[in-house]
Write a protein that binds this ligand. Structure first.
Ligand code: EPZ
Length: 417
């Protein structure tokens, strides 16, 4: 199993380019099941979750699917047996995003129920409840979500909590439903907005994406188009945390600063000096690094997907930071590993109290999930000595060429296969 080895402490410098957003391209790939004709997605990150989704789509009959560089082309449309098997879904929960499109396009779907994951139980009851309100028969049989309907009907859907993939799944299903669907208390994430932008370019009629109320007028069919995926704000945020934690000066280009307001504001509160360009962010070197409190919440608040990376930064900051996780119930798996590197952290339920600055020391550590592994890279770059991160496969799920990108910034980082 691959490991990542870092010789720290590192001073980063230069420029790095953000990749396309994993959490935007996954629903956009699932949306190709809805389409007729050729479709092209550009700025696609070549990460393992994308390759898994491609396998799922091939299994569901999407033809001529080709990923060349960062461009994907295909002949849209589901065909054949609409079953997304356990072997594929168990490696990536986001496979559930094929449920809405299959039901809308073929009137039936069988998708393996995603189990729990390291960061929480992560049920999909909101997805199922919404599809039932649109007239689908949905049951759980032998570990599968089995759904069918003659044709989905528009309905009013009010989500109990803001759910990102729930909003995306139902929004996709509603594009081919009969009549109007109104989604309330839906997610506001930029990835939801990008999916709506893509679907509207395919002929859908979606209004209000990015607000808490989305209205979808169903249409008879959708045709393929060409679409460029937005930059990955979480990857961008990870580079920012790495630069701040190592007091380095770097520029991230081809990103979208407007998707990171809460994160940039928090970093400035910590004393990090940064400049926002139209599609770039520059961090000045040698900035002060003061403690700050963070509470994760749905967009536009501070993202849960940057909580772990922020904790590595907080371990190096002057003072006490209080980090509260409100989105997932088990997202402190990285705390024990940071402690192994010398961080001083006390956990109290959904809150972690981080006292800094601690002189982090390189160690053998274990990645437990995607963002925890990114946290350990940030800590390894700031730590004195050698850090080896085991189960590096977690990072490959969502970061494109991570060690190459950090090497380009001058880090002594390598992969041990
Ligand atoms: C998306 O997951 C992202 N994944 C996650 O990124 C991200 O952490 C999360 O949104 C929150 O921002 C993708 O976009 C592929 P939710 P999702 O539904 O949609 C509860 C990463 O690292 N809930 O918004 O699964 C749920 O348990 C990943 O890239 C229900 O109770 O998250 C959670 O507590 C990790 N029932 C809360 O809502 C439901 O039916 C928000 O989850 C759905 C959700």
């Amino acid at each position: 199993m691959d490991r990542i080895r870092i010789q720290g402490p590192c001073r980063l410098q230069g420029t790095v380019r953000a990749s396309g957003a994993k959490n935007a391209v996954l629903p956009e790939l699932a949306a190709t099941l809805l389409l007729e004709g050729p479709v092209t997605l550009r700025n696609v990150p070549v990460v393992r979750d994308v390759q898994t989704m491609i396998k799922v789509l091939r299994h569901l009959g999407v033809r001529s699917l080709k990923l060349e560089g960062n461009s994907l082309s295909a002949e849209g449309g589901a065909a054949g047996d609409p079953e997304a098997p356990y072997d594929l879904v168990r490696t990536m929960r986001a496979s559930i995003l094929v449920l809405g499109p299959l039901l809308a396009r073929l009137g039936r779907a069988k998708v393996s129920l995603p189990g729990g994951c390291a960061i929480g139980a992560r049920p999909i009851d909101y997805h199922i409840e919404a599809l039932r309100r649109m007239g689908a028969d949905v049951s759980i049989e032998h570990g599968y979500v089995v759904a069918s309907c003659a044709r989905l009907k528009g309905a009013e859907i009010v989500f109990d909590d803001r759910t990102v993939t729930g909003t995306e799944n139902v929004m996709m299903a509603a594009t081919l439903a009969e009549g109007r669907t109104v989604l309330k208390n839906c997610a506001l994430e930029p990835e939801v907005v990008d999916l709506a932008r893509f679907l509207n370019a395919c002929g859908a009629r979606i209004d209000g994406a990015g607000t808490g109320r989305i209205v979808v007028e169903g249409v008879p069919r959708l045709r393929g188009t060409a679409h460029t995926v937005i930059p990955d704000r979480i990857e961008t945020g990870t580079f920012l945390m790495a630069a701040a934690a190592t007091r380095s000066g770097i520029t991230i280009e081809r990103c979208d600063p407007s998707h990171l307001d809460s994160v940039l504001d928090k970093l400035q509160e910590c004393g990090v000096v940064l400049r926002r360009g139209p599609d770039s962010i520059t961090v000045e070197p040698d900035g002060a690094l003061r403690a700050a409190n963070v509470t994760t919440r749905p967009y536009p608040d501070f993202p849960t997907d940057l909580q772990a990376q922020f904790m590595a930064l907080a371990a190096r900051a002057e003072g006490v930071s209080i980090v509260t996780e409100t989105v997932f119930e088990n997202r402190f798996m990285h705390v024990g590993e940071l402690r192994r590197m010398g961080a001083r952290i006390v956990e109290d339920g959904q809150t972690a109290i981080v006292a800094g600055p601690s002189p982090l020391l390189g160690a053998q550590v274990m990645a437990s999930d995607l963002r925890a592994s990114a946290c350990l890279i940030v800590a390894g770059l700031a730590a004195a000595g050698e850090t080896t991160i085991h189960r590096a496969y977690h990072i490959d799920r969502g970061y494109e060429k991570v060690e190459t990108k950090f090497q380009g910034l001058g880090a002594r980082i390598e992969r041990i296969s």
